[in-house]
Write a new protein. Sequence first.
Lengths: 146, 243
Amino acid sequence: MKPRQKRVTLIAIASVLITSAIVIVLNVFNDNLVFFYSPSEILERNFDEESRQIRLGGMVVPDSVQRRSTDTTVSFQVTDNRNTIKVTYTGILPDLFREGKGVVVQGRFAENQMFVANQVLAKHDENYMPPEVAEILMEPKKGNTR
Amino acid sequence: MNLWTYSTPKSFFPLLTWVVPPIMLISSLFCIAGIYVGFFVAPTDFQQGEVYRIIFIHVPSAWMSMFLYLVIVFWCLIGLIFNTRLSFMMAKSLAPTGAIMTIIALWTGALWGKPTWGTWWVWDARLTSELLLFFLYLGYILLGIAIDDQKKSDRITAILAMIGGVNIPVIYFSVEWWNTLHQGASISLTAAPKMANSMLLGIGLMSISFWMYAVGASFCRLRTSILLREKDAGWLRDADGSY
């Protein structure tokens, strides 16, 4: 083999080895790479038995947000359309916290299956459009308007 | 034209001396157009209001941070295979610009994250892998400075750059592979863009501007490193200040 071919072969073999090593590492640590768990994953894993902090992500159930009038405590439900978890949080919600939109809450389970959050983050989607377009898209369909 | 015409410092150098100002001019013009479209043409977003407009800096810089790393990996690969010293110089000249783009992406991301998500920073897969990219850039730059023997420096940093290259698909696909706080891609090769056309135009103009800036800035650096490295070479001495 010419020196150049030798170098190409060496580089190719090294790349394959390094890539596969990293793929294996990423797969093994998959659990730690997810930023949050869905309600279903949390219920399957029985996190409530431990008292460690976890992050729960999902959609805020429409019409589930209740604010206490005396302080800033809010309670709402987070769903992945299969399972729903009740969350309570005392503090200021991010601007983009909306019913029917994504949210990631960090906290732990208290008694009676209530998830007590100490941080609420809004997870917005990747769609950007002017309000007029959004209005048209979100308008409930009124028969055949075509 | 022979593909190899510009593969040696001697033949590439004259081009470098005049091409930078026009490239930077193009970059500035696209930047002005991009900022105009971003602020005055693109509509308000239905969810985020005006705050989303940081996208016109954030997305182009994030793209460039990943793209420039791929270009570095490409030149390192070429350098290792063909033993061309200009390839390594090219790779090293790109690195500081790549690091700057990464910092801009992280910084504007933090500025955007606070009002929308409610936090400056989270350790999710997208943000963490982008931070790792910044450290890879720094490591690549510092390792190159630390090794005195030029040939050794070129080769070892090239290997580091190529190993770090695995991080690029991790950054790009992190939002698909794992649950992240960062949203998915709005613009991809495989799906229709999920944004209004004028927003797309703004991002496109800014991307061209950043791209041209990256070419211009790295050419400046490349010119300096050719002068430093080839100062004893005959061709440069013969030129006798005519460049």
